[in-house]
Design a protein around this ligand. Sequence first.
Ligand SMILES: C[S@@+](CC[C@H](N)C(=O)[O-])C[C@H]1O[C@@H](n2cnc3c(N)ncnc32)[C@H](O)[C@@H]1O
Ligand code: SF4
Length: 398
Amino acid sequence: MAKLPDGIPVPPDGRVPNPDVSAGFSAYVHIPFCRVRCGYCDFNTYTNLNFGEGASTGDYPESLAREIALSRRVLDTGDNHAAVRTIFFGGGTPTMLRPEQLVGVVADLREAFGVVRGAEITTECNPETVGKAELAALREGGFTRISFGMQSAVPAVLRTLDRLHTPGQVEKVTTWARELGLEYSVDLIYGAPGETMEQWEASVREAISFAPNHISAYGLQVEPGTKMGAQARRGEIQLPDPDIQADKYELADTLFTEAGYRWYEISNWAKPGHECRHNLLYWHNANWWGYGPGAHSHINGERFWNVKHPLAYAQRLALGTTPAQAREVLSPAEQREEDIMLGIRLREGIPVPSGVREETLAELRGDGLIDAEALRTGRVRLTRHGRLLGDVVTRALW
Ligand SMILES: C[S@@+](CC[C@H](N)C(=O)[O-])C[C@H]1O[C@@H](n2cnc3c(N)ncnc32)[C@H](O)[C@@H]1O
Ligand code: SF4
């Protein structure tokens, strides 16, 4: 798993330099449990479902409740009685917990801070982990949106990715979600070892056929510490070819666009008006508190992140101290770089950053990476080709 940055120590009570969130903030809740670890996955998650007190699927919500209470002591919401604007449960597999446990965490947040009326409340969900009753219980408990990990419509590709579900299960869960009036999204991954262009096209078409309002498509990343990373090192699998990945991205973008979806972030497409508000908030670098082991928070320019291990996390909270391992405050220059890096990923792009040379912009435009028309109105906006090389554009603008 990716190492956390070093940073500087956090005071034991979790204090932040500027706690003012009176304009509202978002909550990310990390659930660090999975039935199996997929060979490509680098996220902070575990197949051990019981690490000890406060760190098992049974009592983990108690640890979350303690962190929510701590954040309530730290944050200043002024007279905002509905401070939470969006909530996102991610993992891991949040639906390894029972619906009432997830609903209980939402209730804890509601009690502590108040949740704005019409808030977007999302959970990620592996298709094999829920039935219609579970989805109904989530809906009843205030969830508005489910993000299903579909990944592929092709059984052989699902096997390569170590996924436990069948394509038929995705059809079922999306149908139930629609019947229950839940918003839903599906996640796809392109570039699994051995995946052909035809298989990818079939996955994209099938995802569209489930009629979600939102689709995410990620190019497979093979990280060194994962099972796939080891297989690649031993030469047992081929890393995805960047040119083929680019073709797969363009194919997906074409089919999504034809079906009425609009890209709003490099890896995300939505029917207009159905963009994920929580995600947009991250890319706008707004305030959020990340609850759970390894979760990152950002409050008014300070970032801090929790210890990664679920038991260490639970133990710190049981002792009444912050689970935050370290923090960092970005310098104005770093903040500017980060704003560019995050903002450039969005459809609307960013205003041309001050100090960027005309020649740099001309070069990026000449290479077809940024949009000439947007540039005339003073904005940097990626073209489709540019979306494949977002990092190159970001570095040029830095
Ligand atoms: C970390 S998962 C958590 C959700 C859920 N457990 C699942 O697997 O569907 C969130 C999404 O990240 C994407 N993802 C995770 N690891 C990835 C990787 N190495 N390369 C590309 N996408 C990845 C997958 O599409 C996945 O649906
Ligand atoms: S189910 Fe999701 S979070 Fe769990 S290991 Fe697989 S990709 Fe990672």
